[in-house]
Design a protein around this ligand. Sequence first.
Ligand SMILES: Nc1ncnc2c1ncn2[C@@H]1O[C@H](COP(=O)(O)OP(=O)(O)OP(=O)(O)O)[C@@H](O)[C@H]1O
Length: 316
Amino acid sequence: MALILSPLVYIQNAFVCIYLINGFTQLIDLSTTLSDVAGYTHRIGELREVMDDIIRKQCDYDPASGESYDFDSDFNVHAGPVDTAFILDHLSYKSPYSDQLLVEDLSLKISQGAHLLVVGNTGTGKTSLLRVLNRLWEAHSGFVQMTTCFGPRGTLFLPQKPYMTDGTLREQVIYPLKDIYPASGSVDDDRIIQFLELAGVSSLLKRTGGLDEKVDWNWYDVLSPGEMQRLSFARLFYLQPKYAVLDEATSALTEEAEAQLYRTCKQLGMTLISLGHRSSLEKYHDMQLKLCGEGRWELTKLKGTSGTLSLRQEAT
Ligand SMILES: Nc1ncnc2c1ncn2[C@@H]1O[C@H](COP(=O)(O)OP(=O)(O)OP(=O)(O)O)[C@@H](O)[C@H]1O
C-alpha cells in the first residue's frame, strides 16, 4: 500500500531540516569562537607569567604566594640608595632584531629631585631605554637597575597613548588601585575632583554624570587624544609617585597645558624623567640626555638649573 504523505508533512520535514542545519551552523561558529577564546586565554596567561616574573625580579614579590601587593610599603628598601630610582652602569642596548647598538656605554644615576629629559630623533632608542629599564628588553652589556617598584611611592610610567580601563570615572583616576581601594568610595572624592580640575578634565564629571556612574561607552572612542593624556595626568596626580616617567605624555596638548601639568607634577614633589621632541620641555628639567644614533649619546646640564644635581656622568 503506497504511503501518501500530505503536503503538510513535507513542509514540516523541510522546516526540521532547516532548523537542524541552522543548529549545526551555530555549533560550528561556536567552535571557531571557542578556539579563538582558547588562543586569547593562552596569550593572556603567557603575558601574566612574564609580568609576574618582572615583578618578582624587581620587588622580591611573588604573586603566586597569594599575598596581596603592598602598595604602602617602602619600595626603596629592596636595593640601592633610597633616593635613587635607576642606576645605569656602562649600559649598551639594542633592539632584539638588530645588531646595531642604539646606545653604547651609558653610565647614569637618576636620583630624586634631578629631572631628566631624554631627547633624540625618531628611532634613536628613547622608548627602548624605558624597555631596558623595565627589563622588557635585556641589556646588551653593562648593568641596569631599577631600584624602586612600579606604583605609588615608586615609579609610574605614562605612555603617549594612556591605558583606559572600561570602568567609571573614579576607576580611571585610581587605576591600578581598584582592587585595594577602600569600599566606601567617597572618602577621597574631593581629592579626585581637585586633580581632575588641575588636569583640565573636570568637564568629564558632567559628561559621565558623576564619579561612580557606569558609562556605556568605550573611553578610547569618546575621548580625544588630548583628553586621554590629561586624564592620565589626573591619575598621576592622584597616585603621586616619587618618580614619573613621561613618554611623550603631553604630545597631544598645547605648550600652555603642558606647562600647567608639569608645574603640578613638580609641586606634588615628583621627579620627572621625560621623553620628547619639544624644546619647550627643557625648562622643566635639570639634565638632558640626547640620543644621537649608532650608539652615541650626550649628557648635558640644562641652562637655568641649580648645580645640586644627583645625576652623574661617568663616561663621555
Ligand atoms: N618591539 C620592537 N621590536 C623590535 N624592534 C623595535 C621594537 N620597538 C622598536 N624597535 C626598533 O628599535 C629602534 C628604536 O625604537 P624606539 O621606539 O626606542 O625609538 P624612539 O627614539 O622612541 O622613537 P620615537 O621618537 O619615534 O618614539 C627603532 O629602530 C625601532 O624600529
